[in-house]
Write a protein that binds this ligand. Structure first.
Ligand SMILES: O=P(O)(O)OC[C@H]1O[C@H](OP(=O)(O)OP(=O)(O)O)[C@H](O)[C@@H]1O
Length: 305
């Protein structure tokens, strides 16, 4: 571990993970001052001396287009002010879903976003990025990256529950659902999802007559518009399952979808604290600290070379 005085943590926007990481990794909080000029441009000032120090930016990058320039300004300013390295802890990594040119002429934004981040930061740590057609972040990020898995922590939370049926909405969710099933001993089913648009999906679930006395726990990596989970809830109800809960790694809840999920009859909604929300029950800070330490040590070694 680096000497405490050598690491400074900055929050791009307030995130409770920052103070926890300061404690767990060792270091001190840095201060920035930022605001918008009347014409919408960003003002940013680094208030903490950083010359020769290793900097870590903790950034909630949901709605990334609102924050991206400020992130780049902060990273570049820290380097101009003499920071030895600038890393990024991005608990929810955005722009991972457009991983292919589905139609001619589309921007493959996952790759473009990764290229831009890699040009301005030295390393990256995140939680369960939406790896569908990519197998690893190394395929698109040219900086060292580490991925933390939220599923084992979700499993800990689920362990106290009995008589559950785990439900994955689509083939991609099987990686999380089967892992949680193996650790918790609950049975699971996987559905088939067809996506017709940003807010249009269809989920068909297999027959589950044998499980109607159980509480269904729908598990997914991310809830955005909420339509995937809403479809699951409708499908489960149609199969006679009355107690339905949901656990996800990242809860973005665009379009106030959390309220619609509750109205639809979800009994409980649980997320990791990657995106701040009142459903946060699983703390990922202890999972993030070891890879951050590892990358900070690598940066310190690089300095010595
Ligand atoms: O809340 P929603 O707006 O429904 O979005 C969330 C869903 O979308 C993602 O998969 P996606 O359908 O993008 O499939 P992919 O695995 O093909 O990328 C994700 O895995 C969720 O299942």
């Amino acid at each position: 571990m680096l000497n405490e005085r050598e690491v400074v943590f900055f929050s791009l926007t307030e995130h409770p993970l920052t103070s926890q990481l300061v404690e767990l990794v060792g270091g001190r909080p840095g201060e920035i001052s930022t605001r918008r000029f009347p014409d919408g441009e960003t003002y940013l000032r680094v208030m903490t001396p950083v010359s020769g120090l290793h900097c870590v930016i903790v950034a909630d990058m949901t709605y990334p287009d609102d924050k991206f320039l400020a992130l780049i300004y902060l990273a570049d300013t820290l380097k101009e002010l003499g920071a030895a390295s600038v890393g990024l802890v991005v608990p929810y990594l955005p722009y991972m879903r457009q991983d292919v040119r589905f139609q001619d002429g589309e921007a493959v934004t996952s790759r473009l976003f990764a290229r831009l981040i890699s040009q301005h930061l030295d390393w990256l740590v995140t939680v369960d990025p939406h790896l569908h057609r990519y197998h690893s972040l190394d395929e698109i990020y040219s900086i060292p990256s580490r991925v933390v898995q939220g599923a084992p922590a979700l499993t800990e939370w689920l362990k106290g529950q009995t008589n559950l049926l785990l439900v994955g909405p689509d083939a991609e969710s099987e990686q999380w659902v089967s892992g949680i099933a193996a650790l918790s001993g609950h049975p699971f089913v996987i559905g088939e999802k067809r996506r017709y648009g940003d807010r249009q999906v269809e989920v068909s679930l297999p027959d589950m007559e044998a499980f109607t006395d159980r509480t269904a726990m729908v598990i997914d990596d991310v809830i955005s518009s909420g339509h995937t989970i809403l479809e699951c809830v409708a499908s489960l109800k149609a199969r006679g399952i009355t107690r339905i809960q949901c656990a996800a790694i990242h809860g973005i809840f665009a379009d106030q979808s959390d309220a619609r999920l509750r109205q639809a009859g979800l009994d409980a909604l649980v997320t990791c604290n990657t995106v701040v929300h009142n459903s946060n029950r699983v703390n990922v800070a202890p999972l993030l600290a070891p890879p951050i330490n590892e990358l900070l040590a690598a940066m310190a070694n690089r300095q010595l070379l």
